[in-house]
Design a binder for this molecule. Structure first.
Ligand code: ATP
Length: 133
């Protein structure tokens, strides 16, 4: 099967770089599956998983939003933060989840609910992806 190169890049550097048969991700407009020959596209992503399939192997990367760019020979995902499943610190994500839940629960109007909600989404996403490894 034909493959396509995928790069996941963050301000801290590259997180993933490989040739894969299929990239699946969650764009704001819905699930996207990309294979070699996909029409060039740019799409904003939600906090979610990027699934990278090559033969019988599937890698998972947690992305914190960002953008997907599909070019004829390469798919680039640019995100503020991203982690491969193997590098996710589960304890840290669980602590972040508990903190965010606490902030949402104790909301007295002075809390930034949107920020806590996003932190919660990032933490849940990391936990789910860490549990897939
Ligand atoms: P925390 O409150 O634990 O810092 P956060 O969601 O605020 O979580 P981010 O701002 O998204 O963290 O990321 C800051 C940096 O820490 C990024 O480089 C990100 O990849 C890394 N990071 C955050 N959480 C984890 C985790 N659970 N495991 C591994 N790396 C993480």
């Amino acid at each position: 099967m034909k493959t396509i190169k995928v790069n996941v890049v963050t301000p801290d550097g590259p997180v993933y770089d490989a040739e894969v048969e299929m990239v699946s991700t969650k764009a704001k407009s819905g699930e996207m599956g990309i294979m070699a020959g996909h029409v060039p596209t740019v799409a904003p992503l939600t906090i979610g998983a990027v699934r990278l399939k090559n033969g019988s192997n599937t890698d998972y990367v947690a992305v914190n939003g960002g953008f997907l760019e599909v070019r004829p020979d390469v798919v680039t995902i640019l995100a503020q933060s991203a982690e491969r499943a193997e590098t996710i610190d589960l304890t840290r994500a669980q602590a972040a989840k508990a903190r965010a839940e606490q902030r949402l629960q104790n909301d007295d109007g002075s809390n930034d609910v949107k920020r806590a909600d996003l932190a919660l989404k990032r933490a849940i996403n990391r936990i789910q992806i860490a549990e897939m490894r």
